[in-house]
Design a protein around this ligand. Structure first.
Ligand code: GLU
Ligand code: MG
Length: 645
């Protein structure tokens, strides 16, 4: 999760004093990179995935599962055994927000050949096995997006059992703490000072605790209205919690969730900008397809995706910036959290679809324009730079702008948007990259590989067929809202472009759009179901999977790789049509059918245990789950069995 510096973290008051300095030098650092590397052309597309994991411990006797706060030690061991002794080690491990989390990536990026799609799942399996091999008895690595019962109080009250973590910790709702949460103890935050400093400084900048309200799923016996009381509350929770919502008050409820990301290195800056735009429109669609987080703080919610929860969990805007008070001490009203969907397209083709009001730092914009940066890129950077730095280390204030980029990265890496446009780090051989960030992590390596390969293949067809998915960004935002709703895959309707083929137009370097002039033609897009978007519908839309299939038919692919890819696409196809369930839907049904469930939207400790145990068994290939994975086509899931034949 972004830049990790070592040193002495500054408080919010101290950091605020250096905000202008960080912004100014961040821009100078960006300009150095841009000037040196704007013409860099790489000939291959490289890419890599990131999977975030939770570490859990099963207590089979008492039928409980807890998060284990050993991420830092596990990470150390994994790095000591892996990348530190072997530069070609197949996996890389990084810290994540929760001290019960770790993040794994392949050791080297994947290249441009088709056969590499056949190695993704093996690599993910290696990561899972490697992480599992350094855990203790009854501990497991788990790829669930949100841990259903992240709540000490609820567990204590309902069941008299002490907390959701091992070791146990009480929350620390005191001003001196990081989160001041009624539920989420500071010990569950990664010990690297970046994470607790981010947490505290977000809260201090905002001027109050973060507020996350997720609608509760109203089941037959759910109290109506659903209203909670909070025993240790100093009044803040009572004010912030809304009837019929699950209330949460800490960054950990958001950033403590796991996701699946893909980063691509493009051939050039213009290809990166083109992919950034095209993929931005795909974000809500793939997020809905990957929906995997229906439960929060021990309750069944009415949403299927984590997005809005994380967004609220790191919302550092003041009341003035949120429009609740007249502007006095702040510069701007800001319409979104730092974690949210993108606000402007970056390619020339995208310009006419930039219909969201963009708040920018005008001085930065003018500075960039003066330095020869084009309008679209200048406004993108000037928009990211309306934010303050949230963490700063005393030892890292004065930097060499020509050879370091920490101040640029400071602002850039705390703008957690659906897509990220990533300039090359100074003095490296890395090119211009884009990161695709909306997906929720799936239970198995098979599913995670399928989603990753689907997205990477999509970039190939976008580039080869010069596809154009652009619609007004305000419509993409509406899609983002829709995508998080319960069962959006089957019930949601999404704005999507009707004619995506603009063959013959030089889309990457210029814009060969059919319509010239300003204003967008409402006829260009229409509402479609995810099934139509993914699988196509006669006379309406060709469908992304049929397009991928026809691309594959024209590619030279070995039989085994083709078979693997077809199985991945089959999963996506069937998830889109509703024939297979999303993880979110499957989890809902699992809880609904649990003998202890009282149709009151409450997930007890024991229900949580059975759910996570089942997830673990499915991930290990020890339990089948045809309603989620289909039958027969996830052959690689039990890879070790095949290997021993
Ligand atoms: N865990 C965060 C998410 O679910 C992402 C953190 C990161 O940027 O690595 O979106
Ligand atoms: Mg991460």
């Amino acid at each position: 999760m972004g830049l990790l510096s070592q040193g002495s973290p500054l408080s919010w008051e101290e950091t605020r004093r250096h905000a202008e300095h960080v912004r100014k030098h961040g821009i100078l650092q960006f300009l150095h990179i841009y000037r040196a590397l704007r013409d860099r052309h790489k000939d291959v597309l490289k890419w890599g995935d990131e999977v975030e994991y939770m570490l859990v411990k099963f207590d089979h006797e008492n039928k409980k599962v807890r998060l284990v706060l050993c991420g830092e030690e596990v990470l150390q061991t994994l790095q000591d055994k892996g990348e530190k002794v072997n530069p070609n080690h197949p996996t890389l491990w990084r810290p994540e927000y929760g001290s019960y989390m770790i993040e794994g990536t392949p050791g080297q990026p994947y290249g441009g050949t088709m056969s590499e799609f056949n190695t993704v799942q093996d690599n993910m399996r290696k990561r899972r096995q490697e992480a599992a091999s350094v855990l203790k008895e009854n501990e497991a690595v788990c790829t669930v997006t949100s841990f259903p019962s992240l709540d000490l109080i609820v567990v204590l009250h309902r069941l008299g059992c002490p907390g959701f973590t091992v070791p146990e910790h009480k929350p620390t709702p005191v001003e001196g703490g990081a989160s001041k949460s009624l539920f989420f103890p500071d010990e569950a935050i990664n010990k690297h000072p970046r994470f607790s400093t981010l947490t505290r400084n977000i809260r201090h900048r905002r001027g109050e605790k973060v507020v996350i309200n997720v609608p509760i799923f109203k089941d037959k016996n759910t109290p109506s209205p659903f209203i909670e009381t909070f025993p240790n509350d100093d009044g803040e929770a009572a004010k912030a919690a809304k009837p019929d919502y699950i209330y949460m008050d800490a960054m950990g409820f958001g950033m403590g969730n796991c996701c699946l990301q893909v980063t691509f290195q493009a051939c050039s800056i213009s290809e990166a900008r083109y992919l950034y735009d095209q993929l931005a429109t795909i974000c809500p669609i793939v997020m809905a397809l990957s929906a995997a987080s229906p439960f929060y703080r021990g309750y069944v919610s009415d949403i299927d995706c984590r997005w809005g929860v994380i967004s609220a969990s790191v919302d550092d805007r003041t009341r003035e910036e949120r429009g609740l008070e007249p502007l006095k001490n702040n510069h701007y009203r800001i319409s979104k959290s730092r974690y949210d969907s993108i606000d402007s397209y970056l390619s020339e083709c995208g310009e006419k679809y930039n219909d969201i009001d963009l708040t920018i730092d005008k001085d930065i914009y003018e500075h960039l324009i003066k330095e020869g940066i084009d309008h679209l890129l200048a406004q993108h950077i000037a928009h990211l730079f309306i934010r303050d730095p949230l963490t700063l280390f005393e030892e890292k204030i004065h930097l060499d702008d020509a050879n370091e980029s920490d101040h640029f990265e400071n602002i850039q890496s705390t703008n957690w948007q659906t897509m990220r446009f990533k300039p090359p780090p100074p003095n490296s051989d890395i090119g211009w990259r884009v990161e695709f960030r909306p997906m929720e992590v799936q239970l198995t390596d098979f599913e995670n590989s399928a989603y990753v390969v689907f997205v990477v293949l999509l970039t190939r067809v976008i580039l080869s067929y010069k596809l154009d998915f652009l619609i007004p960004l305000s419509k993409v935002d509406e899609n983002m809202k829709m995508a998080q709703k319960r069962d959006a895959v089957r019930q949601g309707m999404f704005y999507f472009r009707k004619d995506i083929c603009k063959a013959g137009n030089a889309v990457v370097d210029g814009c060969g759009s059919a319509q010239n002039g300003t204003g967008t033609d409402t006829e260009e897009y229409t509402l479609m179901s995810i099934d139509t978007i993914i699988n196509g519908k006669e006379g309406v839309f060709p469908g992304l999977i049929p397009i991928l299939n026809s691309y594959l038919e024209n590619m030279e692919v070995d039989v085994d790789t083709r078979c693997t890819i077809l199985n991945y696409l089959k999963l996506i196809k069937k998830r889109a049509s509703g024939e297979l369930m999303t993880v979110a839907r499957w989890m809902r049904e699992f809880i609904a059918q649990h003998p202890d469930y009282k149709q009151d939207s409450v997930i007890t400790d024991e229900m949580n245990y059975s759910l996570i145990w089942k997830c673990n068994q499915i991930a290990q290939g020890q339990a089948e789950c045809p309603e989620l994975l289909g039958v027969g086509f996830n052959k690689k899931q039990s890879g070790n069995k095949t290997g021993s034949l």
